[in-house]
Design a protein around this ligand. Structure first.
Ligand SMILES: Nc1nc2c(c(=O)[nH]1)N=C([C@H](O)[C@H](O)COP(=O)(O)OP(=O)(O)OP(=O)(O)O)CN2
Ligand SMILES: [Zn+2]
Length: 133
């Protein structure tokens, strides 16, 4: 049996979209909410710590905090990314980083969702990534 498991992360960051026609051309900040979902088989690992789990939520927390959150929390995202810091570009950069720096974990990634404001989010999925040119 498989399951999809999701963990939420929050971080604060500044950013600016210099070419934006509206207010986002100005330096401003967001309280971002990141949702990381993994999909995989539920481990029948009797007697072991991860028995009955796809992956330990603690492990998701360690990987995502180290590879992503530590690099974006209270930073200016324009200094972190080499492309415009739109939600779309941020979420693809995050997926890339997890795949490159934690390949085993990256192979489990199923969906990532980034809330930029309380009313707007971007989402990418494995299908979305695999459909890319
Ligand atoms: N496709 C995208 N459009 C916009 C992005 C983006 O990342 N992708 N980003 C912005 C700005 O960063 C802006 O801060 C967010 O815009 P908006 O949702 O309009 O923010 P509000 O605070 O005004 O949200 P309300 O809930 O509507 O008050 C702009 N566009
Ligand atoms: Zn913004």
């Amino acid at each position: 049996m498989h399951a999809i498991l999701t963990k939420q992360f929050r971080f604060e960051a500044a950013h600016q979209l210099p070419n934006h026609r509206g207010k986002c051309a100005r330096l401003h900040g967001h309280s971002y909410l990141l949702e990381v979902s993994v999909r995989g088989p539920i481990q029948p690992a009797r007697g072991q710590s991860d028995d009955g789990m796809v992956i330990d939520l603690e492990q998701i927390k360690e990987v995502v905090n180290e590879i992503l959150i530590a690099r974006v929390d209270h930073y200016n995202l324009n200094d972190v990314l080499s492309v415009p810091s739109t939600a779309e570009n941020i979420i693809h950069w995050m997926w890339d980083e997890l795949e490159q720096q934690a390949p085993e974990f990256g192979a489990l990634l199923w969906r990532m969702r980034l809330w930029e404001t309380a009313s707007g989010y971007v989402e990418i999925s494995r299908a979305e990534r695999e459909a890319q040119p």
